[in-house]
Design a protein around this ligand. Structure first.
Ligand SMILES: [Zn+2]
Length: 315
């Protein structure tokens, strides 16, 4: 009887663990190509007027994200998901959601991307800057990953944020980072997505990471998804670590806060040009990356991976 009980309890334990392991193929199936394309093309459409507060398009894009969050069981972290700020006399807001109920003090992971772009410029010809690669692609990734994570229960707090006014000097991210710090959010690490629309020169289903050697984040991600995260020499030379929203969180919390991207300076000629449009995006590769990232996060969360700065790391 005792042996039978022991066997039974072993069996139950194994079942529980087995249930919680993620299957990469199954996760990737849930991140559909059709939806990746639909979100990307919506955010980069002319109707969104380059997602700037001056053009007014930013508010439409933010509403789209808030509605999507609401429909996909992502809770508002602030009322109406809004963390408001004023930049150049215009009100804007980060859209911030929580996967499950936020518990104060508990270990917190933040996933983000900037939603804004540079709107309508005063030049001849096409003057609407749709910002498909920069950063409708990263925003799409965060939205889809959030919806996937919201289907499960997690031991950690998970926050998802779409930042305002990155193009005006990382303003939205700085605002949120300082606010989370004041509110004593126990941030363990942050992952930011920027420009995922064109295949990295080294190969498909790969991203590079900024601040590659600052923490063990790359090693932990590659341990789960082999060869997914690469080192890009230019990212170090140009110190891209400091040039996107991740940096605001590193500065405030001194925890790993890094960006994943595929824009490698060789693969795309339309950075901050009017021609940065949805039709040019390689949606299949982008969809694979989003699926791989979702799986990687799910496994990091399941195993409660410790992501740490290396002691000798200097920014
Ligand atoms: Zn950008």
């Amino acid at each position: 009887m005792k042996n039978a009980l022991l066997l039974l309890s072993c069996f139950i334990t194994v079942q529980l663990i087995a249930q919680r392991q993620f299957d990469q193929a199954k996760v990737r199936e849930q991140i559909s190509h059709k939806e990746t394309k639909a979100i990307l093309f919506t955010l980069a459409s002319d109707e969104m007027k380059g997602r700037d507060t001056k053009s007014g398009g930013y508010y439409k894009a933010a509403d789209f994200v808030a509605n999507y969050f609401e429909q996909h069981n992502i809770q508002p972290f602030y009322p109406a998901y809004r963390d408001s700020l004023v930049t150049d006399s215009l009100v804007s807001y980060n859209v911030v959601g929580s996967i499950g109920k936020y518990v104060p003090g508990k270990k917190t992971i933040l996933i983000g991307a900037h939603l804004d772009h540079i709107g309508i410029q005063e030049n001849e010809g096409d003057n609407l800057y749709n910002g498909a690669n920069d950063n409708a692609t990263g925003s799409t990734a965060v939205i889809q990953i959030a919806a996937f994570l919201a289907k499960h229960q997690w031991e950690q707090n998970i926050l998802v944020a779409l930042f305002a006014d990155e193009e005006k000097g990382l303003k939205g991210a700085y605002h949120l980072a300082e606010r989370l710090k004041e509110e004593k959010v126990n941030l363990a690490y942050m992952v930011n997505f920027e420009m995922l629309g064109i295949t990295l020169t080294t190969g498909a289903n790969q991203v590079y990471m900024t601040g590659f050697k600052l923490s063990n984040m790359e090693k932990e991600m590659n341990h789960i998804s082999n060869d997914f995260v690469r080192f890009l020499p230019q990212a170090k030379e140009l110190n891209l670590f400091k040039r996107s929203d991740n940096y605001a969180f590193y500065k405030a919390f001194k925890v790993p806060a890094q960006t994943l991207s595929t824009f490698d300076f060789q693969n795309y000629d339309f950075y901050h040009k009017a021609g940065d449009e949805a039709e040019k995006m390689e949606v299949e590769n982008m969809n694979q990356i989003i699926g791989t990232a979702a799986y990687t996060f799910a496994e990091m969360l399941r195993k409660d991976t410790a992501v740490k700065m290396y002691p000798a790391a200097v920014e």
